[in-house]
Design a protein around this ligand. Structure first.
Ligand SMILES: [Zn+2]
Length: 249
């Protein structure tokens, strides 16, 4: 039951993310609200359970499960109708890949909105950190794949973030001339500082890059007043281990 409630809130967060990328700075459009209503809790759970290697014997830090998760992310983005490319970068003498799904805008294709989440973990299954964020952007891809958008949307699953934001730094370095309007970073969206089933979720963490993101955070707070501190850590609560493995079922 607690898992259901927690997942239910996550699905609402995914819906808000969808409204955000659907509407930019304008009020939620009819299409945005329709898209948000299509977010599926069962799909979200299926992504976590069956596609992102979050079970006890899995390890998404390095190695086979990490690579299988990357391949699944790529094929899921493809199956939802997005253009997908692997963005390579070097880390410690090896090549790693961010998985980038793009939907080109119909009227303002040069304007880019990014929703990202990192798929590597700290040598564990990493449900909260950060398969929960990756499942959010995959569910966003599934729903928004059915809609056109004015601006370009990129959904990016970043790699090697646990070693110091390596993948996203490489991506930013290679896209300095892009007209990036805003970035929403979905990290540990399933993490509760109270433990499993607790009343608070830390929710969408990261930087509110502009008014667009701040407006979205305010919207989440309005609909889910039990959520705390959407854009900065709550220092009165214990810090995350940043390596939370899968919740027991
Ligand atoms: Zn993380």
């Amino acid at each position: 039951m607690t898992r259901f409630r927690q997942t239910f809130r996550l699905v609402h967060l995914a819906a808000v993310a969808m409204v955000l990328v659907s509407t930019a700075s304008s009020p939620a459009s009819h299409e945005g609200r329709t898209a948000a209503a299509e977010v599926s809790q069962s799909n979200y759970v299926d992504l976590m359970d069956n596609w992102l290697y979050t079970h006890d014997d899995h390890n998404r830090g390095f190695g086979v499960h990490h690579n299988l998760a990357r391949n699944n992310i790529q094929s899921l983005f493809n199956s939802y109708g997005w253009d997908v490319e692997l963005h390579p970068f070097n880390y410690s003498g090896s090549t790693y890949y961010n998985v980038v799904a793009t939907k080109l805008g119909t009227t303002s294709p040069d304007e880019v909105y990014i929703v990202g989440a990192h798929y590597d973990s700290v040598n564990n299954p990493g449900a909260d950190d950060n398969a929960s964020g990756v499942a959010l952007i995959l569910e966003t891809a599934r729903v928004l794949g059915q809609y056109d958008s004015d601006a370009t949307i990129r959904l990016i699953a970043f790699d090697r973030e646990e070693q110091g934001l390596v993948g996203s730094t490489a991506y930013a370095g290679d896209h300095q001339n892009d007209d990036i309007q805003a970035v929403l970073s979905c990290d540990m969206v399933a993490y509760s500082p109270d433990g499993e089933g607790g009343p608070h979720l830390r929710s969408l963490r990261g930087r509110a890059t502009d008014q667009w993101a701040r407006a979205g955070a305010a919207r989440i707070r309005r609909h889910h007043p039990q959520l705390r501190r959407l854009d900065q850590p709550n220092r009165s609560r214990p810090p995350s281990t940043h390596a939370v493995s899968r919740r027991r079922r």
